[in-house]
Design a protein around this ligand. Structure first.
Ligand SMILES: [Zn+2]
Length: 224
């Protein structure tokens, strides 16, 4: 969900106020707005959005208020780390700011969820770069949208020795991996890829911990 749709959801939650003194039925248009706003969530269609809205109004007004407030704060305060592009409340995220992380190893992942999966499953002590997507020309996602200029600058600084490519085993993830490997080689950085064994078409965040840990530990030099 992008920030503007989160903001819309927040506004709808706010303006509904989830006020227990007013029966929900009186403000039908507002109820419709709430349902419409909830549909910005991934996988939520009209029916589910209706169920959520009724649930909040009937049984969970306090929770709804908390959701509205937290959402407002999150939309306002969470941006992207200037170094790794992961979500961060500070200009540089805690991982990038941590002086004990090994800066010669840079692991590229598609999403913040993948970053978290690797962090939890492996003993990786290097740093990350979060693409926030994968190359998909048909959807208008090119190198620019993935911050690859920023990644190139990082590689040009000479600190990175190994670029660990942890994009998904999907067609687009593989295409992205090839592109990243070229970028690395052009800067005399060694590209490596997680070992085979990851389910084809699988997103890293859904891979079980043991499999991910093994694939990460037995990564090898990237070959075209
Ligand atoms: Zn960071």
């Amino acid at each position: 969900m992008n920030q503007s749709s989160m903001a819309r959801l927040y506004q709808a939650l706010q303006s509904s106020k989830l006020d227990s003194t007013k029966p929900a039925a009186v403000s039908a248009p507002l109820l419709e707005q709430l349902i419409d706003a909830l549909r910005v969530l991934p996988g939520v269609g009209q029916k589910t959005a209706q169920r959520m809205a009724y649930h909040l109004l009937e049984r969970e007004r306090e929770g709804g208020q908390r959701l509205a407030e937290t959402l407002a704060l999150a939309v306002e305060r969470i941006g992207h780390c200037a170094q790794c592009r992961d979500f961060s409340e500070t200009e540089v995220c805690p991982t990038c700011a941590n002086g004990s992380r090994e800066r010669s190893q840079l692991c590229v992942v598609e999403s913040p969820a993948d970053r978290l999966a690797i962090e939890n499953a492996t003993g990786f002590r290097g740093v990350y770069f979060v693409l926030q997507g994968r190359l998909s020309p048909l959807d208008g996602v090119g190198p620019r949208e993935l911050g690859l200029e920023q990644l190139e600058q990082r590689l040009a600084q000479g600190e990175v020795q190994e670029l660990i490519i942890a994009t998904s085993a999907t067609v687009e993830g593989e295409a992205t991996a090839h592109y990243l490997a070229q970028l690395a080689r052009a800067r005399q950085v060694r590209p490596s890829r997680l070992a085979q064994g990851l389910p084809l078409g699988g997103e890293l965040e859904y891979v079980d911990r043991g499999t991910l840990s093994h694939a990460f530990g037995t990564r090898s030099e990237f070959r075209d």
